[in-house]
Design a protein around this ligand. Sequence first.
Ligand SMILES: [Zn+2]
Length: 170
Amino acid sequence: MAVLDICKYPDPVLLKKAKPVKNLDDSLQKLIQDMIETMYQAPGIGLAANQIGKPVRLIVFDVTPKDQDRNPSVLINPEIIEAEGEQTLEEGCLSVPEYYSDVKRSSKVIARGLDLEGRPVEICGEGILATVLQHEIDHLDGILFIDRISALKRALYKKRVQKKLKKQEE
Ligand SMILES: [Zn+2]
């Protein structure tokens, strides 16, 4: 297993729609294991494949509390098939470092996709898991959580990033 580099905003791979996974071959299995390791190392509770530069529809996540054993989940070609309710949780993102903001999302979702062996699965998520599923599947559509905050907040964040990039160039 290997820890992969995480792409950061405004890397274009984060802003494009990812393509469906077609082959569940050995290289995909390796990618999944590497993504899980990268997520734990970061540390994060979810990671989408385009965050490590692979524009394919694949997410890993684990919302298990820190004091419990790790329990990683994988969803290949995931989609939200049902969503209800409303909740606002503070979100962050490994691709949007040092920034957190409240985001309003559905409080209960059902996501459908394939598991490691290519079998169809449905994952029902409430609370934090509902937010993680929506956040990670958004990634696959090129949407970041900063796209779901107010335009003013987003503009301020983008300004901050531009300033930082400029400093790095100097
Ligand atoms: Zn994210």
